[in-house]
Structures are given as C-alpha cells and as structure tokens.
Design a protein around this ligand. Structure first.
Ligand SMILES: *[C@@H]1O[C@H](CO)[C@@H](O)[C@H](O)[C@H]1NC(C)=O
Ligand SMILES: *[C@@H]1O[C@H](CO)[C@@H](O)[C@H](O)[C@H]1NC(C)=O
Ligand SMILES: *[C@@H]1O[C@H](CO)[C@@H](O)[C@H](O)[C@H]1NC(C)=O
Ligand SMILES: *[C@@H]1O[C@H](CO)[C@@H](O)[C@H](O)[C@H]1NC(C)=O
Ligand SMILES: *[C@@H]1O[C@H](CO)[C@@H](O)[C@H](O)[C@H]1NC(C)=O
Ligand SMILES: *[C@@H]1O[C@H](CO)[C@@H](O)[C@H](O)[C@H]1NC(C)=O
Ligand SMILES: *[C@@H]1O[C@H](CO)[C@@H](O)[C@H](O)[C@H]1NC(C)=O
Ligand SMILES: *[C@@H]1O[C@H](CO)[C@@H](O)[C@H](O)[C@H]1NC(C)=O
Ligand SMILES: *[C@@H]1O[C@H](CO)[C@@H](O)[C@H](O)[C@H]1NC(C)=O
Ligand SMILES: *[C@@H]1O[C@H](CO)[C@@H](O)[C@H](O)[C@H]1NC(C)=O
Ligand SMILES: *[C@@H]1O[C@H](CO)[C@@H](O)[C@H](O)[C@H]1NC(C)=O
Ligand SMILES: *[C@@H]1O[C@H](CO)[C@@H](O)[C@H](O)[C@H]1NC(C)=O
Ligand SMILES: [Zn+2]
Length: 668
C-alpha cells in the first residue's frame, strides 16, 4: 500500500500557476484594420457568407495613436483571385455600396486593467457586404486600405477545390458533446466484459472502420466552447467563443455579425433534403443552435428557437423554412413567457407551420411519420440516462414538464428513441432526396462539467446504444451504404481513470488522508467491478432492471470497487467516488455571506468523501473544457476524407464534399 500511495501522490502535479489570461480587442483582428472572414479562411465553393471590414481608432490604452482618434470613413476593400487584378468588393460581387456604420466599444487589455476598471476605448468605422459566394476554387486576396491608404491589412482566403460530385445520399452526425477518447475508454470498461484482458464485446463506435482526430482550437483561443466548435464543424469556419454561425465583429448588435452558411442551410437550399436536429440538451443550446442560428452570443436562446423555424429573419440570405425534425429539451423557449422570443408561444408558431408537436415519449412514438415534428420533452436539459433508467425517483422530483406547468416530466424519450423516430420521419418525407441528421449526446459534457462521471459515462453508453440502433435501422431500411455516419465531439474535458477505489474502505476511514488510501493504482486497480448487462439479460442488483439482449450498460452503478477517475481542472469539491443517487452532482456552491462569484465545496455532496481543493479560479463552480484533439469515427461512403489528424473545419468540408454540396459556378 505504501508503495502504490507514493505513486498516487506523484500524480497530483496540477498546474498552480495558470494565471495567464489574455484579452483581445477583437479576436480576428490583431491590427487596427479588420477583414472578416479573416486571413486563412477556407470556403466551400458556392457557400454563402457575409464580409465585414472594420477600421479601429483606439482613443486610449496601449494602442492609441497620437492625432488618430477618428477612424477614416474612406477605407477601401478590394478583392482579387490570386493572379488577377484587385477590384472593389462592391463591384466584384455586383452589390450596391453598403452604408458606413460607426460605433464605439471598450475592452480590457489585461487582468490589471480589468481589476482597476480602466477599459480601453475604440472608435470604429465599418461596412458589411452581405450574401456573397465564391465559386471558382483558388486563392483570393482581400486587401483593406485605411488611414488614407497608409495602412494595409491582407486576407488570403482559400476556396477549396471540391468537385460537386455526390457520394452519399444521407449524413448522420453524432456529437458526443465534450467526449474524449479517455471517456470512451472508461465507458467501454464499465459497459463491456473483459476476460483475461480481452473484451468480449465492443462499443459500436469502436467498430467503425475509420478513425481520425480533429483539432478543436478556435480562431482566437486554443480552448473552444460548444458554439465556436459547432460553427467550425457545421460551416467550415473557425470562430470565437460563444459565436454561432458567424464571425464575431465588434458592433453592439448581436445579430449583425458576418454570417456563414451552415451544412443544414446548404443541404436544404441546394438539395431540398430533410434536416433533423436532435439533442438531449435544451434545444436552444449551442450544438443544435449552430445549424440555423447566426449570432455571436449563444445565450440569445429565444432568437435561436426563432431561427430554427424562420432562419435568418434580418439580413436574409437563405430560403430556410424549418427542419423536418426538432427534438430536445428547453421548453422555456417555447411556452409563452420571458424565455420565448418576443414572449410568443413557439409551440403555436410551429403548429401553424403544420408541425406535429409532441411533449412526451408516448405521444412521440404514436405520432404519424409523414409530417414535420417538434418534440420538446422537458424544461432545460433533458433527464439523464441514469435518472431515467436507474434512479427514476429523481424524475418525479424535477419540475420540468414541457408545458411549463411545474409538474414532473416523467415520460421523456432517450437519445435512442428520439434518433430512431427522427430517422423514421426523415425517411418517410425524404426517401428520394436524402437527409442530414445531427444527433447530440449533450449531457456527456454537462455531467463532466459538474464532475458527475457516472452520469457522463451513462450518457456516452446511451450514445453508443443509439449508434448501434441507428446501424440496425439503416440496414433494415436499405440505407446503410448510402449514409455517411460520423461520431465525433466538439471539444474535450481533462478526464481520465487512474485506478479503482474501495468505497467500503473509504467510508470506514475518518481522516481525509486515510480515505485516500482507498485508491488502488496499478495492480491494485484490479478488474472493473461493474456488472454488465449482456445478451443473457441480467437483473440489476439494486433496481431490478432488466436490459434487452446485447445492450451494454452496467446493471450495478454502485459497486464496492468504483473507478478512481477525475478531471485535470476543477472547483473545490468533495470526492467519494460513488454514484450520486439523488440526481446530478452539485460540486461547489456559493455560500451565503460570500461574494456571488466565490464558490466553496458543497458540504452535502459526496458526504462520505474528502475535500479536494479546487485548481480553477474560485469563481468557477464547474470544470472546464480542455485542449485535447477529439476522435472522429466514420463509416459508409467517404471515410477516406476523415483519416489522420485534421482540423475541426475539415469535418464540414468532408460532409459537404460527400453530399456534393459545392457549386463551382453561380446558379443560372
Ligand atoms: C464614440 O465616441 C466618440 C468620442 O468619445 C463620441 O464623440 C461619439 O459620439 C461616439 N459614437 C457613438 C456611436 O457612440
Ligand atoms: C480610457 O478613457 C476612459 C474615459 O475617460 C477611462 O474611463 C478609461 O479608464 C481609459 N482607459 C485607459 C486604459 O486609460
Ligand atoms: C486623411 O487625409 C486627409 C486630407 O489630407 C486628412 O484631413 C485626414 O485627417 C486624414 N485622415 C486620416 C485618418 O489620417
Ligand atoms: C481618403 O483616402 C485617400 C487615400 O486613400 C486620401 O487621399 C484622401 O485624402 C482621403 N480623404 C479623406 C476625406 O480622408
Ligand atoms: C496565399 O496562400 C497561398 C496558400 O498558402 C500561398 O501559396 C500564397 O502565396 C498566398 N498569397 C499571398 C499573397 O499571401
Ligand atoms: C429552397 O429550398 C427548397 C426546399 O424547401 C429547395 O427545394 C429549393 O431548391 C431551394 N430554392 C432555392 C431558390 O434555393
Ligand atoms: C429582426 O428585426 C425585427 C424588426 O426590426 C425585430 O423585431 C427583431 O427582433 C429582429 N430579429 C432579431 C433576431 O434580431
Ligand atoms: C398546413 O396545412 C394546411 C392544410 O393541409 C394547408 O392549407 C397549409 O397550406 C399548410 N401550411 C403550411 C405552412 O404548410
Ligand atoms: C403525453 O402527451 C399527450 C398529448 O400529446 C397527453 O394526452 C398525455 O397525457 C401525455 N402523457 C403524459 C404521461 O404526460
Ligand atoms: C447502395 O445499395 C443500393 C441497393 O443495392 C444501390 O442502388 C446504391 O447504388 C448503393 N449506393 C452506394 C452509395 O453504393
Ligand atoms: C451568492 O451569495 C450572495 C450573498 O449571499 C448572493 O447575493 C448571491 O446572489 C449568490 N449568488 C449565487 C450565484 O448564488
Ligand atoms: C484547502 O485550502 C485551504 C486554504 O485555501 C486550506 O486551509 C485547506 O487545508 C485545504 N484543504 C485541503 C484538504 O487541502
Ligand atoms: Zn461544456
């Protein structure tokens, strides 16, 4: 025990000097002249987008220039296909000259300026050219000349050479939000039986023939959020934290940022194919939102829901008319009230467009597949797999009924039920022109944030069960060889498993240092003690649960020997390494009498455990995303486009290429 304990202590080398915080005037614009899309941007031939130029005049702060306090209004933006001659953007795209816009903004240059409340002020002159597209593959050079032509900013854009040749009829994109290889490995351990080091069954995603890695960093930060990364995955353009389907500009209007057409909008506009959007999150959350929303502020939830049905209402350039399927949580943006856009009843707005509206699993399964469907099954994020299947009493406590009545939402579908129903509807409506379906296991991320690893892994196993059911559905419906299947993530969390924990021994110790002796590493890790339901359908020890043949979930979530797992960055919390039977964990709280951004260990969480002091700033009550590359599993047509290590944006170009969505000449 002494020896293994030393090894365990050596692990505790967490970063304690992570104070470097960087602040940017505008992430896409290191100089005082900004071209958006910025240098290095890639485009699908024929993809619609907006262009914005900004000229910044800093009034004070480190960038201020003597005598230059008014940004010049007569800046010019030209564009040329490399080797050609530059033309004003206005004539290049045959647009009317846009009006000059001006505004001011402030930003903090560093932590000292923020602490002293001394923001730097910037005046801006800008123009936006909207709804343009580049068709001919090649390099394009955009040049901004400002300050009477004395300063120049260049943007070198690439229109990728992608032929409009269709190789797949359908694409199904599974996103395990925040899902890393480490989590997949842990889920496999608890959900699949091993004998003498050999797994007897494998995850469905493990059996995909192609595995690649995508780099998730964003345009101006190496740690991404889900909005930013969804924008990259769906539009082929890296963006800024919190931005959905746009490059963030510096203007106060959150809806005027330069937009980029998404895979869903392209597929609808060019093919008229079906689009399905399924998530276990509130449906206005970033990963579903980025398919249709265009705002730099992901928290505009009401407007996001409006965008699902109406597309871009101001600055229009798509003919979006709503998805065939929209399933998830987030009823607070649908029933009339403060959460919905302009207080309207969005159940009614969808119903008026002939959507079938369903609010529970029974109604979902019973409804006719021929109409478009809106299914909203709870307020906020949907219930977790573990609560729906193992601790259902937690559902009765949640006041999340989707009609806003404050009753419990006890009849919620899981990701599998929503996804298979979505496929039934898409196939009924689009058996000729195909479909694009995005299905998100959102709470892998949400449960990792709150250090609830059991629930996160339950969500991951549910995702895998959904993938298995999807392959069976595609086989039955004769669509397997026509469908590109992707399983990927939008970013990671610093999670891993380092051994096992004897929770009985841990409970029997009094002191925190003694409790840590319950952790077993290397040879003391032993085998997984989670009992796996397998083809011989077992009965769970505490809940009398029986799973059907071939379904791989543990039946006992509270074994004596659990996983010694954790995150690389966390708030103050307690740890007992046991499943939280009362619902998702709340690791850190704001104790009365302290500042509202000062979080301490939650004393009613993991009560038999010991305190672990946080490594994040005390304003954090949750874990955070991490840098790691994330896996991209593919099967079906076009897997050759997803091998090796590539960028998050390449996922978009691969899907668009496979669906044949590039257009190398303008529509006639
Ligand atoms: C921007 O700031 C300048 C100088 O402080 C001020 O004169 C101007 O009115 C401001 N413009 C806007 C649009 O707020
Ligand atoms: C810039 O000027 C504003 C207004 O006077 C002031 O509040 C702010 O602290 C100044 N910022 C810096 C970095 O000096
Ligand atoms: C540009 O030149 C004009 C005429 O010489 C001058 O009035 C103006 O201040 C200059 N503007 C800038 C931004 O330097
Ligand atoms: C506009 O810019 C041009 C150079 O690009 C300069 O010659 C001219 O003086 C500028 N005009 C004003 C009003 O700033
Ligand atoms: C634009 O980028 C391409 C590809 O990286 C490069 O070959 C070309 O030289 C660049 N052009 C300019 C003007 O920077
Ligand atoms: C717009 O969308 C429809 C599908 O609803 C599609 O069939 C059509 O081709 C698109 N029209 C244009 C003009 O892009
Ligand atoms: C679009 O413009 C209308 C009319 O000005 C406004 O009521 C609405 O809030 C705008 N929509 C968004 C998403 O900003
Ligand atoms: C809805 O259905 C009705 C009756 O079939 C039809 O008249 C109407 O045009 C439909 N509306 C839309 C928006 O599809
Ligand atoms: C499910 O929804 C239907 C209406 O769509 C309703 O009649 C039924 O009572 C609901 N069931 C539950 C359990 O809420
Ligand atoms: C898939 O199989 C069907 C029926 O066998 C065939 O018609 C179709 O061309 C195949 N599609 C691809 C992409 O191979
Ligand atoms: C934190 O506590 C303070 C003081 O008790 C309270 O005013 C604030 O609303 C709390 N904040 C949160 C996020 O709970
Ligand atoms: C946690 O940090 C506090 C100081 O902030 C220290 O007093 C305490 O001993 C630490 N607790 C543990 C368990 O390390
Ligand atoms: Zn997250």
């Amino acid at each position: 025990m002494q020896l293994t304990l030393k090894v365990a202590l050596a692990f505790g080398a967490f970063c304690t000097h992570c104070a470097a915080q960087t602040f940017q005037r505008l992430g896409t614009c290191p100089t005082l002249g900004c071209i958006i899309p910025p240098d290095q941007a890639d485009f699908l031939p024929g993809q619609r987008f907006d262009i914005r130029a900004e000229v910044h005049a800093p009034l004070n702060g480190s960038e201020a220039i003597r005598g230059y306090t008014t940004p010049d209004a007569n800046f010019t933006l030209t564009i040329e296909r490399e080797g050609g001659s530059p033309q004003p953007v206005t004539s290049f795209f045959s647009l009317p000259e846009p009006r000059l816009e001006t505004w001011n903004f402030t930003w903090y240059e560093d932590l000292f300026a923020q602490a002293a409340h001394t923001p730097s002020q910037v005046r801006v002159a800008s123009k936006a050219w909207r709804n343009v597209a580049l068709y001919e593959p090649g390099q394009y050079i955009a040049t901004l000349r400002y300050r009477n032509g004395s300063q120049t900013t260049l943007a070198n854009w690439t229109v990728r050479d992608i032929a409009p040749r269709q190789r797949a009829k359908n694409v199904i994109m599974f996103i395990g939000d925040g899902m890393t290889t480490n989590m997949i490995t842990a889920a496999r351990l608890i959900g699949h039986q091993q004998i003498n080091g050999k797994y007897q069954t494998r995850l469905a995603m493990d059996q995909f023939p192609m595995l690649g890695h995508q780099m998730t960093h964003s345009i101006d930060s190496f740690i991404t959020d889900s909005a930013n990364s969804a924008t990259a995955l769906y539009s082929g353009h890296k963006s800024t934290v919190n931005a959905l389907g746009v490059y963030a500009d510096s203007s106060p209007n959150k809806f005027d940022d330069p937009k980029i057409e998404s895979i869903a909008e392209l597929f609808h506009r060019l093919r008229g194919g079906g689009v399905g959007i399924v998530s276990t999150a509130f449906i206005a959350d970033a990963t579903p939102a980025a398919l249709t929303a265009h705002t730099r502020d992901r928290s505009q939830y009401g407007a996001v829901v409006d965008s699902f049905i109406h597309g871009i209402t101001n600055y229009t350039w798509t003919n979006w008319t709503g998805p065939d399927v929209l399933f998830g949580g987030g009823a607070e943006q649908f029933y009339p009230g403060s959460g919905s856009f302009q207080g309207k009843d969005y159940y009614e707005v969808f119903a008026q467009q002939n959507y079938t509206v369903v609010l529970n699993n029974t109604a979902l399964q019973a409804s006719d597949n021929s109409s478009r469907h809106l299914g909203i099954f709870s307020v906020s994020n949907m219930a977790k797999w573990l609560d729906r299947n193992v601790y259902p009493a937690n559902l009765n406590r949640s006041k999340t009924a989707p009609n806003g009545s404050n009753a419990s939402a006890t009849d919620q579908p899981g990701l599998k039920e929503m996804t298979i129903k979505a496929l039934d509807i898409l196939q009924t409506r689009h058996s000729e022109d195909g479909f694009f379906l995005m299905s998100e296991a959102a709470s892998i991320d949400k449960m990792m944030h709150v250090l609830d690893y059991d629930r996160a892994l339950g969500e991951l196993l549910e995702l895998d069960d959904t993938i298995k059911a999807t392959i069976a559905w595609l086989t039955e419906n004769g669509e397997l060889n026509n469908t590109l299947l992707l399983v990927t993530a939008d970013h990671g969390h610093g999670f891993d498993v380092m051994g096992s924990v004897d929770t009985q021994f841990l409970n029997a110790q009094d002191g925190a240092r003694d409790k840590r002796d319950a952790i077993g590493t290397y040879q003391n890790s032993g085998h997984s003690q989670y009992v796996v339901a397998n083809s011989s359908a077992r009965v769970g020890s505490d809940q009398n649960l029986v799973y059907g043949p071939g379904v791989n979930f543990p039946t006992n979530w509270d074994p004596r020997y659990t996983l010694y797992s954790g995150l690389a960055a966390f708030p103050d919390h307690r740890e007992d390494y046991r499943v939280n039977k009362n619902g998702p964990r709340v690791p850190a709280i704001n104790i009365t009498g302290f500042d509202d951004d000062d979080f301490y260990v939650n004393y009613v969480d993991a009560v038999t455990g010991f305190i672990v002091n946080g490594t994040l700033p005390v304003s954090a009550d949750q874990g955070v995303h991490s840098l790691t590359d994330v896996p991209v599993f593919t099967r079906g047509p076009c897997t050759d486009l997803f091998s090796g290590v590539f960028n998050s944006i390449d996922v978009f170009y691969g899907m668009a290429e496979c669906l044949g969505l590039s257009r190398t000449s303008p529509p006639s």
